[in-house]
Design a protein around this ligand. Structure first.
Ligand code: MN
Ligand code: MN
Length: 337
């Protein structure tokens, strides 16, 4: 495996105290060559242990409308090849501060939702045995439930910051309790969320009934709608989320349909009038300093994509998350003992 960009004095340690292994330098090895992993990072198998593992979860049997998110992980990895090592807004090198690696894809039965949920949970446990944290690439939003279970087992109930056009707290679809529209109601019922610290961001669009928003609020969620962001700006959205989350361990779940279909057409349930990619980036950067313990980016369905818009936006969201993890690690390292 080629070494990444030369480590500077902010570089941290990989497994066994050696410097982290990064991607091949794109100024030497063309970025369209080399490994098909996220950002051309090494595999988790190659490095043994990582601080942050990226895992694909190619499952889409929980969707209610357009399918195809099973092909999301490979599309987002392809869209990640242009990412460069330095994040200027966060002033950090996401894969130089600590080891980041691609754990490959978690197994999921496409014919049985309960089987898939069980194996995703087991797969997440396996990855988390070799990595401190994980960023999952879906897959449809059903996968958030088993991922939250695995994270809550390690950290206790987590604050959820959920970016989505949709609430995803409905009870059932066609009597099915486990779907991409229901994961967060199940998560509340299972006690894996710190509900008083959780919030949806980007909610918009038509609902089933007038009572849907009240039902969701009744579960305990706060909501920063897309209209709130449009009216009050991203700083106000960040302030509301931060005051909600406080010191809690936080899990960030990003349904790419939080973006406007102009920014992310390749998704299963597009809702016009959404956030721009830039607004999402700004809100994510605003989470710097929170205690991030896990994340996912879901619902990329490449068959409906154009010009890789959605795959690029999703890869950018993962990059923002990696930037937050790296900031957290370097803050920790420089904190006096
Ligand atoms: Mn959605
Ligand atoms: Mn969703």
């Amino acid at each position: 495996m080629s070494r990444g960009v030369p480590a500077d004095d902010t570089a941290g340690a990989g497994a066994g105290g050696r410097p982290p292994i990064g991607p091949p330098d794109a100024r030497v090895v063309a970025r369209f060559a080399g490994p098909g992993t996220f950002a051309r990072l090494p595999t988790l198998d190659a490095v043994g242990r990582a601080e942050v593992a990226i895992a694909g979860v190619p499952f889409d049997a929980g969707v209610s409308y357009r399918p195809g998110a099973r092909f999301g992980p490979q599309a987002v990895r392809a869209g990640s090849k242009l990412l460069r090592p330095y994040h200027p807004a966060l002033e950090v090198q996401p894969w130089d501060v600590h080891q980041v690696a691609d754990a490959g894809d978690l197994a999921a039965n496409p014919f049985s939702i309960p089987d898939a949920i069980a194996s995703i949970e087991t797969g997440a446990d396996d990855v988390l045995a070799r990595a401190s944290t994980m960023v999952a690439i879906g897959g449809d939003h059903t996968i958030a439930l088993p991922l939250l279970r695995a994270v809550a087992r390690r950290h206790g109930p987590v604050a959820l910051v959920h970016f989505d056009a949709h609430l995803d707290t409905w009870d059932t679809y066609f009597d099915a309790p486990y779907t991409h529209g229901t994961p967060f109601r199940r998560a509340v019922e299972e006690g894996v969320l710190a509900i008083d610290a959780s919030a949806h961001v980007g909610i918009r669009g038509p609902l089933y009934t007038r009572g849907d928003l009240d039902d969701d609020a009744g579960l305990g969620f706060a909501t920063v709608s897309t209209l709130d962001v449009a009216r009050d700006g991203t700083d106000a959205a960040v302030a509301r989320v931060r005051s909600r989350v406080g010191e809690r361990p936080v899990y960030v779940s990003i349904d790419i349909d939080v973006l406007d279909p102009a920014h992310a057409p390749g998704t299963g349930t597009p809702e016009p009038g959404g956030l721009s990619t830039r607004e999402l980036q700004l809100i994510l950067r605003g989470l710097d300093g929170l205690r991030l313990v896990g994340a996912d980016v879901v619902e990329v369905s490449p068959a409906y994509d154009h010009a890789e818009l959605t795959a690029l936006a999703a890869a950018s969201a993962v990059y923002e998350l990696l930037g937050l993890f790296a900031r957290q690690a370097s803050l920790h390292r420089h904190r006096p003992r």
